[in-house]
Structures are given as C-alpha cells and as structure tokens.
Ligand binder design. Structure first.
Ligand code: ATP
Length: 329
C-alpha cells in the first residue's frame, strides 16, 4: 500500500545544526503516528517538512506516492494544528473555522454549513458566535482542530496539540482525539515529548534524538523491546545496565534494559543498598545502588517498602532483561 507520508533519507540542516538528519520513515494511511523525542530532537522540523513550510536539504518526501518537493503547502492534502492554536483573536469562532474556506473562495452559505459541521465534530455547536478569548483552553484547542478539519485534509499534523492543557483536560482530550481519528479514518501525525501520551494514543511511534530516528515501532515494541539505551531511558525511564554488568549476568556483552516495575525486592541474585525513596501514590520508587549501576525499582502499593540505607536483594524474571545487541546510540 502507498504510504501516506514517506521520507527517504531526508535531512534538514540549519547552518551547522542537523535538525533532521537522514530520516527514513513511512507513515501508513489511517495511522495515528507519534513523533516522540526531547526538546530540540527535530520533531517539529519533521512536521514542517511534511506541511511544506520547510524544504529538505537533501532526500525526498512523498505524500500518497507523489513527490512533494515542488508542491507548496496549500496544495498538499495536509493541515496543521499548531501548538499555540494560532486563532485570530478578532474573529468569531465560526469565522476562524471558516477562514481557510474563505481563502479558497467558498461562498458564505457553504462556509457556514461546513464550519457548523466541523464545530459539531468537536462538540462545539453553539459556540460559533464567541470570540476565542471567551473560551477555555480546551475549547480553543477544539476550535483549532475544527479549523484544520474543515479543510478535509488526508493527513492532519498536530504539533504538541495538548501541550497547553492541564493534566485532567489533557487526558480527556487524548481520548477524544483518538476517537475523532477513528471516526474520520484520516492519518494523524502528532508531535509530543510526553512518552505516556505517545504510548497511550499511537498506533506507531518514531523516537527521535538529535535529529535521528532511534526506533520506530508500536507502543509495546518501543516500551518492551527498546533498541537503544536512549529509547530505554526516554520511553518509560527504564534502567539501562552497562555491558560489563550484563556480561556478568548473562554472558553477553551489550547494554540491556530492565523495567523498574519488573524488579522485585527480597529474593534475588543481585545485592544493593537503598539510597532513596519517592512516594508516587499508586507506587513507590526505590533507588538502589548495586556494585555496577544505580537501579530504579517501582514497588506497587501494598508491597513492603524498605528504608533508606537497607541492604536488599534484587530479582526479576529472566525475560525482563532485554539485551540491546544492536545498540547504536
Ligand atoms: P521542541 O520539542 O522543543 O519543539 P523539536 O524536537 O520539535 O523540539 P525542532 O524544533 O525540530 O525540535 O528543532 C531541532 C533543532 O533545529 C534545534 O536544535 C533547533 O534549534 C534547530 N532549528 C529549528 N528550526 C531552526 C531554524 N529555523 N533556524 C535554525 N535552527 C533551527
């Protein structure tokens, strides 16, 4: 099947900064795809390359099989929801949503009809007459969404769409975005630095670091089988065991990841000393110094919690240790 968006060895350099560095990527039609990585890792630049606001320094981008190089942003079947929403403060909600249609030369009645449909889609019917300043953050976010959707893009680009919202609203909107995407069946590409958000919402995730993709895979692939120490650490704060430690434990000399929640305290093969405790509500995080590494252990509520300074034995199921034999980062 033709990919909705395809990057072939795409780079975008700004002077000496390699914002995007030799990225190859296929995003399938209908996918909910996350670009995940820390600040400055190149996610937004990738999104801007898809939108056509940036041109690659080298490499090739195609959208639904067509080379996009010569296609200006407004001719691409994509639309962007910006992080700060970029609503026009002096226009009503309806006129904000209908703006792109007006630019495209649609008549007034048709604009009203389509804007009304888009507002209904994001559950904001009846808000068309308000100004953006008369809306909550979550409602503004929905207006931005409606404004992008009214143009009927085949690919919707979302740049940290939930970044400005508080935690509760964020979680509610995560569910809404996901069901909206299912309902519309179009491809969503969204940028986030929040691994929890990427894991809970996406069909697939590309994990970025320093302009490069470290790993592309389903949420469970990047979480349970990280290919590099960076992915292990960034996606879910896994412990990264140094190669010499892994050699002692398994015979293989390569870094390995070990999930904090897979470790038990009590019976075990590795001895250590508790250096700190943090109460997280549903669990307690225990930091333990062992001879070769400091490890994080996540104890679910109800398990006995040791004291700082206690000597402890650490254990884990054999399959919890994930050796990264091909680690390259
Ligand atoms: P954030 O999560 O902070 O938005 P990001 O992962 O989206 O970060 P980008 O915005 O893509 O990262 O930036 C990647 C790198 O490219 C950064 O080092 C940034 O400073 C640089 N960069 C981006 N745009 C430009 C530009 N127009 N001119 C110069 N450097 C730029």
């Amino acid at each position: 099947m033709t990919a909705a968006v395809s990057f072939k060895s795409v780079s975008r350099h700004f002077g000496t900064v390699r914002a995007v560095d030799n990225v190859t990527l296929d995003i399938a039609e209908g996918e909910f795809f996350a670009l995940l990585g820390p600040s400055g890792s190149g996610k937004t630049t990738c999104l801007r390359l898809i939108a056509g606001f940036e041109q690659p320094t080298s490499g090739r981008i195609s959208i639904f099989g067509e080379d996009a190089t010569a296609t200006p942003p407004y001719r691409r079947p994509v639309n962007t929801v910006f992080q700060d929403y970029a609503l026009f403060p002096h226009l009503s909600v309806e006129d904000n949503v209908a703006y792109g249609l007006m630019i495209a030369g649609q008549g007034k009645a048709e604009r009203r009809r389509q804007a009304g449909e888009a507002l209904e889609l994001v559950a904001l019917s009846g808000f068309g007459g308000r100004k953006p300043s008369e809306l909550s953050g979550g409602q503004r976010q929905r207006v931005a969404l409606a404004r992008a959707l009214v143009m009927k893009p085949k690919v919707l680009l979302l740049d940290e769409p939930l970044g400005a919202l508080d935690l509760k609203l964020r979680e509610a909107m995560q569910g809404e975005l996901k069901s909206l995407q299912r309902q519309l069946g179009i491809t969503f590409v969204f940028v986030t630095h929040d691994q929890g958000e990427a894991l809970s919402m996406s069909d697939r995730i590309a994990v970025f670091n320093e302009g490069r993709i470290q790993q592309t895979g389903s949420p469970s692939e990047v979480y349970d089988r990280p290919e590099t120490p960076f992915v292990a650490d960034f996606v879910g704060s896994s412990n990264v065991l140094p190669p010499e430690m892994v050699r002692e434990l398994t015979g293989t000399s390569a870094p390995a990841s070990l999930r904090p929640e897979a470790i038990t305290l009590g019976e075990g093969t590795l001895s250590g000393k508790v250096v700190s405790l943090s109460f997280l509500g549903a669990a307690t995080r225990v930091e333990v110094d062992t001879a070769r590494a400091r490890l994080n252990v996540l104890l679910p509520k109800g398990r006995p919690v040791p004291a700082v300074g206690d000597a402890v034995m650490l254990g884990w199921p054999a399959d919890a240790l994930h050796v990264m034999e091909h680690a390259h980062g």
